[in-house]
Design a protein around this ligand. Structure first.
Ligand code: AHG
Ligand code: MN
Ligand code: MN
Length: 347
């Protein structure tokens, strides 16, 4: 029986208190998110039992309105953050506009953004889902925070992370001092340090992409993905394919084992599908802190200045050399101006 463990509370506290000027507010904010994660994890674990699957607005057997898990997760995040005096404004993938702190509560110096339930279509088939969060320092000078506090480029994040509700529940975060992972011990209800200082392999084993979109990508992207599959063996060793359809799960596997995740622009999603503020930027901060990288194909994700809350972006993220290979291939193929779609090789 192990009698000495590092809880997430102790780890966050120790990390922040290396800096004499730290007030402890960021530590507490991360701990608020860890609490929300535990509540969401508990709701997800019970999902099949207590009949909270299905469509929002539907009624359960007791005639009570059912809430979909993405609504429960969204409310849980807001309720764990809005009363603490640490947050000035929030933004959620589930809300059209910024989410103010209710007037009865004080505001603080951080803006928090989140995708409360990522991969939500996986819930109905009992596959892994997640929560993604991103924290910025407030930039507005007066009032109770505004949209400018959340429309900041990813390089301004003070922390980001995700929770993965998989075979176990894990919380992975960075404050710019490396990436650290914690696993929820359900017997004591605590996140315990299980993956200190995660560094992703420079070259990965996997590529993760929804390849059913192949015919809808531009030709340079088709060439790049075929390269990952082994088209140019002198430049890139062929990779194995893995795709869950939850960014958190796909990203997490690649972070640990090494690999590349892509969600390119396609003819149905010309600006990409994933959201810059709630998905791409927080994951890009983690990737870079783990010595990987993230690009939209041309620009570093963390340099993109958002223009609106729900802005989408193409995303190529993961092991540094693999992301570099895709970016180089896009550049070379686009400049070669080759024409006509690539036909997938016959099986
Ligand atoms: P969300 O459930 O928050 O809307 O996110 C779903 C996202 C992301 O998790 C995943 O990588 C991607 O959508 C999967 O999209 P496809 O089903 O088009 O592959
Ligand atoms: Mn999502
Ligand atoms: Mn979501």
């Amino acid at each position: 029986m192990q009698t000495s463990v590092t809880t997430i509370e102790r780890f966050i506290f120790d990390q922040e208190h290396r800096y004499p000027e730290a007030t402890g507010e960021l530590s507490n904010l991360l701990y608020d998110i860890a609490l929300a994660a535990k509540i969401i994890a508990a709701a997800i674990r019970r999902a099949g039992l207590v009949n909270i699957l299905g469509t929002a607005g539907a009624r359960n057997v007791q005639g009570e309105e059912q809430q979909k898990l993405d609504i429960i997760a969204n409310e849980t995040m807001k309720n764990c953050l809005n009363h603490t005096g640490r947050v000035c404004v929030m933004a959620s993938e589930e809300d059209e506009n910024i989410v103010p702190v209710p007037p009865e509560y004080p505001v603080g110096k951080y803006a928090v953004l989140f995708d409360p339930l990522d991969g939500s279509s996986n819930i109905d088939v009992n596959a892994a889902v997640g929560t993604i969060f991103s924290i910025y320092r407030r930039v507005s000078m007066e009032g109770r925070g505004n949209v400018g506090d959340v429309l900041q480029p990813g390089c301004k994040q003070v922390a980001s992370g995700y929770v993965m509700y998989g075979s176990s529940t894990m919380l992975v975060y960075t404050t710019g001092q490396g990436v650290h992972g914690f696993t929820l011990d359900p017997t004591i209800g605590e996140f315990l340090l299980s993956h200190p200082r995660i560094v992703t392999p420079r070259v990965g084993m996997y590529y993760s992409v929804n390849e059913s979109n192949f015919g809808r990508w531009e030709r340079p992207m088709q060439v790049a993905v075929r390269g990952l599959k082994g088209d140019v063996p002198d430049m890139m060793k062929p990779k194995n394919s893995r795709y869950v359809g939850s960014l958190v799960a796909d990203f997490h596997r690649n972070l640990i084992a090494g690999g590349i995740f892509l969600y390119p622009a396609d003819t149905r999603n010309p600006g990409g599908k994933l959201r810059l503020l709630y998905e791409a930027s927080p994951m890009a901060f983690i990737a870079e802190q783990a010595e990987g990288s993230a690009t939209d194909g041309t620009n570093r994700i963390l340099d993109i200045v958002p223009r609106n809350l729900h802005q989408r972006t193409p995303l190529v993220i993961g092991s540094r050399e693999d992301v570099g290979f895709v970016a180089d291939t896009l550049r070379r193929t686009a400049s070669a101006r080759a024409s006509g779609p690539v036909v997938q090789p016959a099986l």
